[in-house]
Design a protein around this ligand. Structure first.
Ligand code: ISE
Length: 339
């Protein structure tokens, strides 16, 4: 059976999802698209042959021919679209962050609880990246003993000019927060945000960089460097240190060039090539699970929990001290983190 998908938001990520759904995911068809910019929506519809353009995003959600929805519009619109999908009883893959505040994320969780089943998957694609999956597999095998520390580096070549510097934490570092919870199978209980020297290449009112130190309930320390005007490329690194050894991520690279006394591997220009496999696996898992009425990957609860940690980081930025993470009790509808 083919799942007919509606895509809201046809910018960088939405267009990439449309391309992946159309060319690399089985059992799926892009049936409808919407974007605040109608020209952009028409361009995206042309990529997905036969897709209809909806001028109203809520009309797309209520379209009887749309079985499931991808939300890839601006962050501040995610909550209302996720809520409308839950009301319509349709599975939704909502790009991160699920909403702009933890309070708003909790409203989505509550809507799902009223409906009695999870319908929302949050676009934390790292959970589907082959190298992160391998890191979790080796940790869970016990081969490196218990986890002690996780080092995370998150650098972008450049950043959208419209975003405020809080997005370094709520839109960028939130990936590192989610992957730490998922890898370690533990909640983060405190957050300390440090503010390193500002890059002179960032715009004058923009604090690039941040350095976060997160502590889990079992005392694992996670450090996260965030630097979004790194210029040279998109660079995500991770090393998990255990009692008996460590595991480091390897970004996908198809070649190593040796030339004039130097050896080099390409660095991705942005997140799309670096996480191409992860996005495809994420979309395929969502389509397969949606057909059987399940949610795989990050749930609305994970969206809420990561937003709560991001908020603690912002609180720490404002106060200059360590902030506790305030999280509501987890409802039974959601599986606990698996250590
Ligand atoms: C972007 O929105 C993403 O989601 C990317 O995965 C992330 O690495 C990047 O920093 C964000 O700006």
């Amino acid at each position: 059976m083919t799942m007919n998908i509606g895509v809201i938001g046809c910018g960088l990520m939405g267009a990439d999802h449309i391309r992946t759904l159309t060319t690399a995911v089985s059992g799926a068809r892009v049936a409808a698209v919407n974007d605040a910019d109608e020209g952009r929506a028409a361009g995206a519809a042309a990529e997905a042959e036969g897709a209809r353009v909806h001028s109203d995003p809520f009309g797309l959600i209520d379209d009887a021919e749309v079985d499931a929805v991808v939300v890839a519009s601006a962050d501040e619109t995610h909550e209302e679209f996720a809520l409308a999908c839950v009301r319509a009883g349709k599975p939704v893959l909502c790009e991160k962050p699920l909403a702009t505040t933890s309070e708003a994320c909790l409203r989505v969780v509550e809507a799902e609880m009223r409906g009695g089943r999870p319908l929302v998957q949050v676009g934390f694609m790292r959970r589907f990246d082959p190298s992160y999956l391998e890191m979790k597999r080796v940790l869970d095998s016990g081969r490196i003993g218990r986890a002690l520390m996780l080092h995370s580096v998150h650098r972008n070549a450049g950043y959208p000019p419209a975003l405020p510097d809080s997005a370094l934490i709520t839109g960028t570092g939130v990936h590192d927060i989610d992957i730490a919870r998922w890898l370690l199978g533990q909640e983060i209980v405190t957050a300390t945000a440090h503010t390193p020297r500002r890059s002179g290449l960032a715009r004058p009112d923009f604090q690039d960089t941040r350095f976060l130190v997160l502590e889990t309930e079992n005392g694992v320390l996670v450090d996260v460097e965030i630097f979004v005007n790194a210029g040279y490329g998109y660079d995500v690194r991770g090393e998990l240190v255990g009692e008996l050894g460590s595991i480091s991520l390897h970004p996908p690279a198809t070649l190593t060039t040796r030339y004039e006394g130097l050896e080099g591997r390409p660095v991705a220009r942005d997140f799309r090539p670096r996480f191409q496999d992860a996005y495809r696996n994420e979309l395929q898992a969502w389509v397969t699970a949606g057909a059987s009425g399940e949610v795989r990957g990050a749930t609305a609860w994970d969206g809420y929990a990561s937003a709560a940690v991001a908020e603690a980081c912002l609180h720490s930025v404002a106060t200059g001290s360590t902030a506790p993470v305030e999280i509501a009790p987890q409802p039974a509808l959601y599986a606990p983190l698996a250590a």
